[in-house]
Design a protein around this ligand. Structure first.
Ligand code: ADP
Ligand code: MG
Length: 730
């Protein structure tokens, strides 16, 4: 029987790549057409309802019930005109993907007649009966169920799923007692904490600032493979990555993919998902090939953080759905293929004021420069003081393959700021005396702005290796995994920044109270912060051995695996921090810690099972079939009187295969035993550590022998599509 592998290859060569793609024409003509924007709302709502929605969109303030009814009716009218029959509360549970539970507008009146309805209650709040989403014991402790609640700061949108159209209401997901069970609720709280602290600091420089909001522009990396080939790989189907596969003769060493043109079939797919994204108001801007073969990247224009997070989550979903139309599969996993680069998601983060100022862009005047320096140095201090939390925020089984593997930033959190700013900080630190006085006014006149081109040039290459790099007018958190929800890292970043800014304010105020001039006080605290946190600045090669040694000397944490990297989430320091800024309660932190550990160990557990299954049911049988061919061959040669040295090669291959089969079998048995021992542990962290230290190490060992077999066994017997096919056939 022909294996799935060869069927997929056959289909590939006979399939027609010319998929019809919509989306020709101007983007502006379709942009946001499936979003209930304020502009659309204006058409469908009364003055009062519109005003209430507009205010709520800006501030998140509560909407009165009767107005909510009107808004819901307007939304339904708009949606129905577009053919929508169902609505759903769209939320982001801690599984990392988005979730929906669809309800129809259709309902029955008491007399049994049919009616289409959608009232304010259905808009504002819903019980998704989502008892099987991870809650880390929270729901068990507090209440049996959670509910979703409308987040009016992110607009409703219409999702095309197959032929169906659904009105999606972005919501937060919380337990009845108010504990957050998703990414969005704490994200919104962290945005608010940051706003408060940042506005206070802005007022030193500009009394007109009323609001500070975080901005995010994500860069999403992903792989695209043929769907038929992917379906012939149970490991891709079950885990999103390949657990076996010998490196192809050609990998990424030629770098021809990075500079090459986008393959036609992938290009059609890209245009198609971009079309859907534009209609959903996702402002995609760039698309290009990435370093590894079959790897690509897209990035939008940055947006307000909460919306940007929703858009990234939504896009990951849209990409996966649209890929199916093209018989392609998108792999968002951090490391789908061994031996070539994995995928990340750079989170470009900055702070903007409602007066239109980017607080992380060097200014043009001494005053704005000082404001920039204040926010810039506070960020560095935040990263230094809470590097462990940032590391925890990016920890996952998938990202463990990447961090520190010389293709992604190391697991050590450091910040790269470029030579020029490094010098500026150095000068501030050394030139301002213990008591900053008038003659040091020169410091305030630092013309940082003019030197920006130099700064950018300086940024080109080396900072690829930095997990947290300043890139001219924003910080780029580059260690985030490609499959992650952006919110995880952003919640931490916002909170630690809120913490630093509020402390900064206190310290500056104290100096002012003692009689210091405002600018003098600010400079003094900045100087202290530079001194305190300089250790986290690193301009060199993050991939190098020397950095590991140097970082250890500096006392920077270097936690390589998820189960231990998550520990800081449940430290006393973290509990106090998140409680102070009203982002997580202690119970919520404990729950998140538990959930992340569970996610980790379940991922490794599933991978272990898949490895066992593939080895036993695909690899070893194929190897044995080929051995039988060799045995027949040797027998035949003997029968016609040929002597041993002439079939030495066959004998040698036969023996090598036997050795690898034995190794695979023994190792799989040992791994299964290790899994059983891990499963027997009751405490989640201990279990996760066991999976990490005792089970996971078998994966590479088993893989070594399987990949050797791939080289020895007749290609026609090999059932799993090979790397060369997955990566180069389209
Ligand atoms: P780089 O080449 O330095 O990575 P790009 O111009 O390609 O910079 O931008 C990368 C991402 O950063 C884009 O999504 C972009 O919109 C985003 N970005 C630019 N400015 C900001 C900002 N002020 N805040 C957040 N993201 C930003
Ligand atoms: Mg970038």
């Amino acid at each position: 029987m022909q294996s799935l592998r060869f069927k997929a290859i056959d289909n590939l060569t006979t399939s027609d790549p010319g998929v019809n793609v919509e989306g020709a024409g101007k983007i502006t003509a379709i942009f946001g057409e499936n979003v209930f924007t304020l502009k659309t709302a204006r058409e469908f709502l009364s003055d009062d309802a519109y005003k209430s929605l507009a205010a709520s969109t800006k501030t998140g303030q509560k909407i009165e019930r009767n107005l909510a009814n009107q808004i819901a009716a307007g939304m339904r009218q708009w949606a129905e005109a577009k053919g929508v029959t169902h609505f759903t509360h769209w939320f982001q549970p801690l599984t990392g993907t988005s979730a929906e539970k669809h309800d129809s507008f259709f309902t029955l009146k008491s007399d049994g007649s049919a009616l289409e309805a959608f009232d304010g209650d259905a808009l504002v709040q819903q019980e998704p009966d989502a008892s099987s989403f991870p809650s880390g014991g929270l729901r068990a402790t507090f209440e049996a169920r959670g509910y979703t609640a409308w987040d009016p700061t992110s607009p409703a949108f219409i999702m095309h799923i197959g032929q169906g159209l659904t009105l999606c209401i972005p919501t937060i997901f919380v337990s009845y007692t108010g504990e957050s069970l998703d990414y969005k609720a704490p994200l919104i709280k962290s945005i608010e904490a940051l706003n408060k602290a940042a506005v206070d600091v802005c007022h030193y420089f500009d009394r007109n600032v009323g609001k500070v909001y975080a901005t995010l522009g994500w860069e999403q990396e992903y792989f695209v493979v043929d769907e038929g080939l992917a379906n012939a790989r149970p490991d891709i189907v079950m885990t999103g990555r390949t657990v076996f596969g010998h490196t192809p003769a050609k990998g990424q060493q030629m770098e021809d993919h990075y500079f090459g043109s986008i393959p036609e079939r992938v290009y059609a797919f890209m245009r198609d998902y971009e079309y859907e994204a534009y209609r959903l108001g996702i402002p995609l801007r760039t698309r290009h090939n990435e370093v590894a073969p079959s790897q690509f990247e897209c990035a939008p224009i940055f947006e307000e953080l909460n919306l940007a997070v929703d858009h990234n989550t939504l896009l990951m979903d849209v990409m996966s759905r649209v890929a199916k139309r093209h018989q392609l599969k998108v792999l968002l996993h951090e490391k789908p293929f061994a031996g070539i680069n994995g995928s990340g998601k750079h989170n470009n983060w900055s702070l903007a004021t409602d007066t239109g100022i980017n607080l992380l862009a060097p200014g043009k005047t001494p005053k704005t420069n000082l404001m920039f320096l204040a926010f810039f140095v506070n960020t560095i201090k935040a990263v230094y003081d809470h590097a462990d939390l940032l590391r925890a925020a990016i920890a996952s089984a998938g990202n463990d393959h990447r961090l520190g593997a010389n293709e992604a930033p190391p697991a050590i959190i450091s910040a790269y700021i470029g030579q020029y700013l490094f010098k500026v900080l150095d000068e501030v630190e050394s030139r301002v005396g213990d008591k900053f006085d008038e003659q040091d006014e020169v410091m305030l006149k630092l013309d940082i702005h003019k030197s920006i081109p130099e700064l950018l040039l300086d940024n080109t290459d080396r900072n690829r290796t930095s997990p947290f790099a300043f890139t001219g007018h924003k910080f780029e958190f580059r260690a985030v995994g490609s499959a992650a929800n952006c919110a995880n890292g952003m919640i931490i970043l916002n909170t630690i920044m809120a913490e630093k800014l509020s402390t900064f304010k206190k310290e500056v105020d104290a100096l002012i109270e003692k009689g210091d001039k405002k600018e003098v006080a600010i400079m003094q605290v900045i100087k202290n912060y530079i001194k305190d946190s300089k250790k986290v600045l690193f301009e060199g090669d993050g991939y190098s051995e020397e950095w590991q040694i140097e970082a250890a000397k500096r006392g920077l944490p270097n936690l390589k695996t998820t189960p231990v990297a998550l520990d800081p989430l449940i430290s006393k320091k973290a509990a106090a921090l998140f409680d102070k800024h009203n982002v997580y309660t202690h119970a919520e932190l404990e729950a998140r810690h538990e959930i992340e550990l569970e996610k980790y160990l379940k991922t490794v557990q599933i991978e272990g099972r898949v490895i066992g299954d593939l080895a036993g049911n695909h690899i070893i049988p194929a190897a044995i079939r080929y051995q039988n061919v060799l045995i027949q061959n040797i027998k035949g040669l003997k029968d016609i009187g040929i002597k041993e040295p002439s079939y030495a090669a066959q004998l040698s291959i036969l023996t090598q295969i036997s050795e690898h089969i034995n190794k695979v079998k023994t190792l799989v048995e040992e791994m299964t035993e290790a899994r059983k021992e891990a499963n027997a542990l009751t405490e989640t962290r201990a279990k996760a550590v066991a999976y990490c230290d005792k089970v996971n190490p078998y994966f590479d060992e088993i893989r070594y022998h399987v990949d050797k077999l791939e080289l020895l066994v007749d290609d026609t017997e090999w059932e799993l599509p090979k790397y060369r096919e997955l990566l180069f056939l389209r």
